[in-house]
Design a protein around this ligand. Sequence first.
Ligand code: GSH
Length: 210
Amino acid sequence: MDYYYSLISPPCQSAILLAKKLGITLNLKKTNVHDPVERDALTKLNPQHTIPTLVDNGHVVWESYAIVLYLVETYAKDDTLYPKDPKVRSVVNQRLFFDIGTLYKRIIDVIHLVMKKEQPSDEQMEKLKGALDLLEQFVTERAYAAADHLTVADICLLGTVTALNWLKHDLEPFPHIRAWLERVRAEMPDYEEFSKQVADDTLAYVASRK
Ligand SMILES: N[C@@H](CCC(=O)N[C@@H](CS)C(=O)NCC(=O)O)C(=O)O
C-alpha cells in the first residue's frame, strides 16, 4: 500500500500510528505538496491534492479519517479499535467528527496564523480553549476518548493534541488530557521513535522557511 504523507502534517500521522498498531506495512512516500512536480503527481491520484493519500492495490482513498477507517475495517483482526456495536461506534464517530470539524480546525486555524507571524484573536484562543475543555470532559468521563479502551478516536486525537506543540500550548489546565496522552502514547508501538522523527522533520521544515 502506498501512503503519500509528510510527518509534519498532523492528519498524516494517524494512519502511520494505526498501521503500526495493526501490524501492517505502509509503503511510505514522503511528499512535499509545495513542490510543483510532486503536487502534479499527487493530483493524478487525488484531485484534491491533499496528503495523506492511500493507494491500496489501485484503490485510492484520501481524507485522513476515511483512510483510518478503511484500514481498520479492512485489516483489523477484531473490532476493538472500531467497535461494531452501533452505540459505541456512534461515540467513536462523534469524537472523530468533533476532532476534524472542531478541535483540529480550531488548532490549525491558530497554527496557520502563527506560521504567518500573525497574532490569533482572543476569540480564536477562547474557541480553542472551548474545544480543549470538551476533550477534557470526554477523557474525564472515560479513560479513553470514546470507550473504556483504545479506539481509532484516540489515535486520531493524539495527532491533533500533539499539534499543539507548534503553539507551545500549555496543557497544564487540562490534567485529564495530560493523563490520557500518557495512556495513549504508551499503547502506540515505537511511539518515542515516531515522535522523534516528527520533531526532526518539523525542525527541518521550520529552518527551511527562515
Ligand atoms: N481534512 C484533510 C486535510 C488534509 C490537508 O489539508 N492536508 C494538507 C497538509 S496538512 C495538504 O495536503 N495541503 C495541500 C493542499 O491542500 O493542496 C485530511 O484530514 O486528510
